[in-house]
Design a protein around this ligand. Structure first.
Ligand code: 0X9
Ligand code: ZN
Length: 301
């Protein structure tokens, strides 16, 4: 498919998503969680075995909270495409599980990386009288907000915003997760790059969550599945211990504030946030195996 051999723009992504929902109405719903700073939709796809029945559990997967991490959107769209075109093969995994996908959390930042600056990370919040703009959505969540690895300097790449949840992109996600907190068993925040699977907590070193054993073993299984395609090897741990401390991120918020038992940040492969066009499909395929493994564990809750 041509769609996975290049990087689509915002409108193409929305067309792809609504196209899937139109083609598979019995399994798929298209919705908007809200609008970004610049008014774009935070679009979502809900995938179930029967769209008239509300499953007891939800697997939540989001991508591109950081504008420049293009490959992440593609892997989540590929997941939607593969599930829907092959849904009978996933009957067991999807039993009483709704897969809820938000492939483009930060559409403004994403579009800006296509038009103006390939390496833009933050959203596009503008402040009157300031030269710098943008809040790091992955520092804007309300768990240890602005505690470490975040900045109150507007010009910083990790500017945490004026308050927890100050950004429309953050609050669209938070509203959905809070409303569904008892159903959501998995939260996967897909980023790039580095081939890491991070579990909580990321806000400080040597903070180990009570269920670290489960978090590790599910991550290990997912990493194993990813490796089967072409030997890609992931490193598993907390971001504080293997990358850096950073607070106000979705992983800590989902686990620590909402009690979502399986909460992770994935850092996909890539070189300096980029994956070459010819390689998009390979990253999509290997990551797909990992996604399915994560989703498989949702049915145990
Ligand atoms: O810094 C981030 O937001 C993530 N890395 S990225 O290079 N994609 O920007 C890592 C976040 C890991 N989670 C926590 N530190 N809580
Ligand atoms: Zn990122």
């Amino acid at each position: 498919r041509g769609f996975f051999s290049r990087y689509p723009r915002y409108h193409e992504i929305l067309n792809f998503m609504s196209g899937l929902a139109a083609r598979y109405p019995q399994y798929c719903r298209y919705e908007s969680l809200g609008r970004s700073n610049e008014g774009r939709h935070i679009a979502a796809l809900s995938i179930t075995l029967n769209s008239r029945v509300r499953p007891r559990r939800v697997a939540y997967i989001q991508a591109a909270a950081h504008g420049r991490e293009w490959i992440t959107t593609q892997t989540v769209l590929y997941l939607a495409y593969e599930l829907l075109t092959n849904i009978r093969a996933f009957q067991r995994v999807l039993y009483d599980v709704e897969v809820f996908l938000v492939p483009l959390v930060n559409p403004d930042g994403y579009e800006y990386t296509h038009t103006t600056d390939r390496f833009w990370r933050k959203n596009r919040h503008r402040y009157a009288g300031h030269g710098c703009s943008g809040v790091d959505i992955n520092r804007n969540f309300g768990n240890h907000w602005n505690f470490q690895g975040a900045s109150q300097n507007l010009c910083s790449e990790v500017y945490s915003g004026t308050a927890p949840n100050s950004e429309p992109e953050t609050s669209a996600v938070v509203r959905y997760l809070e409303f569904n907190r008892h159903r959501v068993k998995l939260s996967l925040d897909v980023h790039s790059f580095g081939k890491f699977i991070f579990y909580p907590y990321g806000y400080a070193k040597n903070t180990v969550p009570p269920t670290v054993g489960t978090l590790r073993s599910v991550a290990l299984r997912a990493a194993n599945q990813i490796g089967k395609y072409r030997g890609t090897r992931y490193t598993i741990g907390t971001s504080a211990s293997i990358l850096y401390e950073a607070s106000g991120s979705l992983d800590d918020f989902a686990y620590g504030s909402l009690g979502i038992p399986l909460s992770y940040t994935l850092e996909l492969p890539g070189e300096e946030f980029h994956v070459a066009s010819f390689d998009i499909i390979n990253v999509c395929k290997e990551t797909f195996a990992g996604f399915i493994e994560f989703i498989r564990h949702v049915s145990l809750y």
